[in-house]
Design a protein around this ligand. Structure first.
Ligand code: SF4
Ligand code: SF4
Ligand code: FES
Length: 244
């Protein structure tokens, strides 16, 4: 069912429940994102995609990647309140990950040069959850997740030990915006590779993180899909052998 809403004064009709971010995209209105990927369920963790919605005359800030479109909604993506919030989110990210090229480039793009927040160390993971979701929703093995709370929260394998369910497909390293995780060659591991995290040398992407038409990305995707496919075939074979 179609609903009608306005974004920055422009009228748009979209299917009910379409995330506002997608509706804005159809109108060519850019909204910065970090934890969003069109192939995965929205997560709403980075808050960079914040916009203002007015509902029953009440304005409020929401994350556009997971806020559903509804009839009569008035969306504003460029108010001072929105700009201030996104700037603050970016400054927090800069304080957490001052040396991550993807964060530096995004900050630069948003005109954020310094952070008013005290440096919280030198993290490489922004806790966006993209790796966790791709492993769960696309690969289907749930080899990684989040552990700990508050400042101790981190992406890890269960019990922090080598995962016995990881198939070495590399999908998590492909999707990670900060290059926190990588695959290391390990002939004895499934897929010939195992997961390594947190010890990377971060080089800035020569293509400024514009992944479309990037040869390296296409090659990586191809290899990843081949490993996932191989894993699925082996699993099916194992299951049918067990039935016999
Ligand atoms: S390499 Fe392992 S942890 Fe990463 S997505 Fe594939 S199965 Fe999951
Ligand atoms: S390892 Fe990468 S993809 Fe996973 S939560 Fe951290 S920044 Fe996001
Ligand atoms: S992209 Fe919406 S919260 Fe991260």
């Amino acid at each position: 069912m179609l609903v009608t809403l306005t974004i920055n004064g422009q009228i748009i009709h979209v299917e009910r429940e379409t995330p506002i971010f997608e509706a804005a995209k159809k109108l060519g209105i850019p909204i910065p994102t970090l934890c969003h990927h069109e192939a995965l369920k929205p997560y709403g963790s980075c808050r960079l995609c914040t916009v203002e919605v007015v509902k029953n005359k009440w304005p409020k800030l929401v994350t556009s990647c997971n806020y559903p479109a509804e009839d009569g909604l008035e969306v504003k993506t460029d108010t001072d309140r929105v700009k201030r919030t996104r700037k603050m989110v970016m400054e927090l990210l800069l304080a957490r990950c001052p040396h991550v090229p993807a964060i530096q480039q995004l900050a630069q793009k948003m005109g954020v040069k310094t952070s008013q927040f005290k440096k919280k160390g030198d993290e490489q993971c922004i806790l966006c959850g993209l790796c966790v979701r791709v492993c769960d929703e696309i690969v289907g093995v749930r080899a990684i997740g989040f552990v700990g709370r508050g400042t101790e929260r981190e992406m890890n394998t269960p019990f922090g030990i080598e995962s016995d369910t990881c198939i070495g497909c590399g999908a998590c390293t492909y999707i990670c915006p900060t290059s926190y995780i990588e695959m290391v060659e390990r002939p004895d591991a499934p897929g010939g590779r195992s997961l390594n995290k947190g010890e990377l040398t971060l080089d800035s992407c020569p293509n400024s993180y514009v992944c479309e038409n990037c040869d390296r990305e296409q090659q990586f995707l191809l290899e990843t899909m081949q490993v996932i496919e191989k894993f699925r075939r082996e699993n099916e074979k194992r299951r049918s052998e067990q039935k016999v």
